[in-house]
Design a binder for this molecule. Structure first.
Ligand code: ATP
Ligand code: MG
Length: 236
């Protein structure tokens, strides 16, 4: 048996009559970097939001650090070290960079901002400026920095490369690998399947709310039929 930090069993998420996630099971090994790739509407955000307590699943079981968290609210999970970097960054444009980072540490003394500034010098230089003045890539770094302030043991990232130029995407993936190397387990949800699979140890391919394929990331990348069926439109 692997030592999993997160186990999701038979997860179902519905919005009224729409079943967005249908019986999805997966796990994140402690210290691992796992990716879940899928197209628009595949159910990626619904899975992340169910794990982090933002929405209630219809059925299924979610276990974090060996504890059932299926019905645990989001603020409690942040205290326990499970954080999400949401789709579209969601930085607060009319607050300063420093204020955005402090929000990530609302449940502590907020003392980890120094480490975030060390990792992202550009944020330190501009800490008194409004977050809305940052470029898209810088806002993504701020969103990741805000999550790091919470000192997570598990970080869930929802399409961090979305809308960014290729060089900035490289930077984002480099940062994600560093975070993992620092001991934080990572679940990375992406439409940019090739890039995500190259960064991850293990991958799941999500299609229409179901896991269509899973395996070591390198094997998924090397399998021409998977590439053709699910990843074919990607470049880079
Ligand atoms: N609040 C909601 N109410 C109704 N349907 C929803 C809601 N949120 C998502 N859905 C539907 O659930 C399905 C899965 O959506 P979800 O946002 O989880 O997909 P996704 O993989 O994150 O997509 P994207 O890559 O576009 O972000 C879609 O069919 C979507 O239209
Ligand atoms: Mg989404």
């Amino acid at each position: 048996m692997t030592d999993a930090i997160l186990t999701v069993e038979n997860l179902t998420v519905s919005y009224g009559r729409v079943q967005a996630v249908r019986g999805v099971s997966f796990e994140v090994p402690r210290g691992g970097l796992v990716t879940m790739v899928g197209a628009n509407g595949a159910g990626k955000t619904s899975i992340i939001n169910a794990v982090t307590g933002v929405i209630r699943p219809t059925s299924g079981r979610i276990t974090f650090e060996g504890v059932d968290i299926t019905r645990t609210p989001a603020h409690t999970l942040v205290r326990r070290g499970l954080v999400q970097v949401p789709e579209g960054r969601q930085v607060l444009a009319s607050l300063t960079i420093e204020e955005n980072l402090q929000l990530g540490g609302w449940h502590t003394s907020g003392g980890r901002t120094d480490e975030v500034y060390d990792r992202f010098p550009v944020l330190k230089e501009r800490r008194r400026l409004l977050a809305g003045s940052l470029s898209g890539g810088e806002q993504q770094m701020l969103a990741i920095g805000r999550a790091l302030v919470a000192e997570p043991s598990l970080m869930l990232l929802d399409e961090p490369s979305m809308g960014l130029a290729p060089k900035v995407v490289d930077e984002v993936f480099r940062v994600i690998k560093e975070i993992r190397a620092g001991g934080t387990s990572v679940l990375l949800v992406e439409q940019n399947a090739r890039r995500a699979l190259r960064a991850a140890d293990h991958g799941y391919v999500l299609a229409s709310g179901e896991v269509a394929q899973s395996g070591p990331a390198a094997e998924l990348l090397a399998d021409d039929s998977i590439v053709a069926a699910y990843l074919g439109l990607e470049t880079g």
